[in-house]
Design a protein around this ligand. Structure first.
Ligand code: CU
Length: 266
């Protein structure tokens, strides 16, 4: 009788715990549901968020299964009074095949979804309405607005601003004159390395007006942590006003290497 009551309590406890986990995972509107990710501020961000949530859900299901089996084995096969040495077994071929094949299937599933989404997310075509050449240099950023022929550049002590019109697809072309950096806007849920001698590209459509922070995500030297910038997603009119402002300040042309320009070296 007592054992039956305890079992019922344990079962209820598990059900409550599982319910709490599932409930928090079902809604993507809170940071628990997003598993620590910020709210996506781009159209593409939702795809990345789904991949992230799906991976965690898969891990959770596998985890619950493994923990459940462990606890069951510990409880059901615990040593009871009068038990001698348990039966010794080895080389269970079906079991060994299972724990070789099961992880392989899991890795293949993760690989498939990652590859599928990565192919879509890194596809760059002519559908962007404008493009920005992002120059990561030791240790700040320069933004060349390719269509308008203006630029902005920062310093470690004075981070630059990247302005983008809302709901317009933008292609980022990432270049570096020195070492490897990484262009990361957490709210965009997208990050890509900036590699000297290579022309990495990706396109996103910011769909939320507001101010977001950006940073370098590749340890690149002494002032790496100061490689910050701000992103302003604004209306088309505000964007054009800002471009006109940059023109007025004389920031016309293209800055291939922010550092060289700042040091007065051509
Ligand atoms: Cu860097």
């Amino acid at each position: 009788m007592k054992i039956a009551v305890r079992r019922k309590q344990i079962r209820t406890g598990f059900a409550v715990l599982l319910g709490a986990i599932l409930l928090s995972g079902c809604s993507i509107d809170n940071q628990y549901g997003r598993v620590g990710m910020p709210e996506p501020a781009t159209e593409e961000g939702n795809r990345i968020l789904s991949l992230w949530q799906g991976s965690w859900l898969a891990a959770l299901i596998v985890g619950v299964l493994v923990w459940g089996l462990l606890i069951w084995a510990i409880v059901a096969y615990r040593r009871k009074e009068g038990d001698g040495l348990p039966e010794q077994t080895r080389y269970n071929v079906p079991l060994e095949i299972l724990y070789t094949v099961a992880p392989l299937l899991m890795v293949l599933a993760l690989f498939y979804f990652t590859q599928r989404d990565q192919t879509i997310l890194t596809k760059v075509d002519d559908s962007s309405s404008h493009s920005v050449n992002v120059v990561g240099w030791r240790w700040s950023w320069a933004f060349n607005y390719e269509n308008e022929g203006v630029y902005d550049v920062g310093t470690p002590g004075n981070p630059p601003e990247l302005w983008l019109p809302v709901d317009e697809k933008v292609t980022f072309e990432l270049t570096s004159p020195d070492v490897i950096h990484s262009f990361w806007i957490p709210a965009f849920l997208m990050k890509m390395d900036v590699v000297p001698g290579r022309n990495n590209k990706f396109a996103v459509t910011p769909n939320t007006e507001g101010e977001f922070m950006g940073k370098c995500a590749e340890l690149c030297g002494v002032d790496h942590s100061r490689m910050l910038f701000n992103v302003k997603v604004v209306t088309r009119a505000e964007y054009e006003a800002h471009i006109a402002d940059l023109k007025e300040r004389g920031q016309i042309g293209k800055l291939d290497s922010g550092r060289a320009k700042l040091a007065g070296v051509s």
